[in-house]
Design a protein around this ligand. Structure first.
Ligand code: 0RA
Length: 238
């Protein structure tokens, strides 16, 4: 719940030394932002509440990640007097993975990630469908631009949508490599049996890819052996 999230510090250190948090401000660090947001949705899938994640690259270089999980909690946290989703976006090291056994670690920065993505984005918008409402909050370079607000009633499925535009004053360039993202998202899908992950590249000439592996790691072994003649035709998995 919101009470399980620990707050350590604000986001100024992230903007001061981005490389310390994401490795580099080059192509690797840029793509790391997407992995961070996706990994959070994967955690929701590992917890058994999310079956589909869609990543979209927009022509303006912004990224949108949609999941059909329970939605990031929106209730007010006692200590902060702010909604949990706001704390998770604006304070460093805020996350269920810190100081508790909240949920499994799928990879990445162990919960510091979402606030780091926010700090290093020119803008970030989070939309959550849960508790009968569609909630929305906008940020600019990590700072809330508005309070979390209930935009409308929502009786449909729950889930979280995060859109962000990396800060061009932080990164050397905002050139997304669909090949890099395809490779990573395919591997993520192999590692999370049954989870459907789509990548929609909406830039000129872009393509859509979709990954879902009902046999998980066995499918991965088949994939890497596709053009080979393996000694063992049968994959042994346990
Ligand atoms: C902790 C608790 C609950 C949801 C999540 C985390 C959550 C986080 C993310 C990040 C991206 N997508 C997400 N979806 C869910 C919900 C707890 C509850 O409903 O009882």
């Amino acid at each position: 719940t919101a009470q399980d999230i620990t707050v350590l510090e604000g986001l100024e250190p992230v903007r001061k030394r981005p490389g310390m948090y994401i490795g580099s401000t080059g192509a690797r660090g840029l793509h790391h932002l997407v992995y961070e947001v996706v990994d959070n949705a994967v955690d929701e899938a590992l917890a058994g509440h999310c079956s589909e994640i869609t990543v979209t690259i927009a022509p303006d270089s912004s990224i949108t990640v949609v999941d059909d999980g329970r939605g990031i909690p929106v209730e007010i946290m006692d200590e902060q007097g702010l909604p949990a989703v706001t704390v998770v976006r604006t304070k460093l090291h805020a996350g269920g993975k810190f100081g508790g056994d909240g949920y499994k670690v799928s990879g990445g920065l162990h919960g510091v990630g979402v606030s780091v993505v926010n700090a290093l984005s020119e803008w970030l918008v989070v939309e959550i469908c849960r508790d009968g409402k569609r909630w929305r909050q906008e940020f600019e370079r990590g700072a809330p631009k508005s309070e979390l607000e209930a935009v409308e009633d929502s009786t449909g499925p729950t889930g979280t949508t995060i859109s962000f535009l990396p800060d061009s004053t932080v990164f050397d360039e905002l050139e997304w490599s669909s090949q890099t993202l395809v490779q990573r998202l395919r591997e993520t899908a192999f590692l999370t049996q049954g989870l459907r992950i789509a990548l929609a590249d909406e830039r000129a000439g872009g393509e859509t890819h979709e990954f879902c592996f009902d046999d998980g790691i066995r499918d991965f072994v088949k994939f890497i052996n596709a053009a080979k003649d393996p000694v063992h035709k049968h994959t042994v998995y346990f």
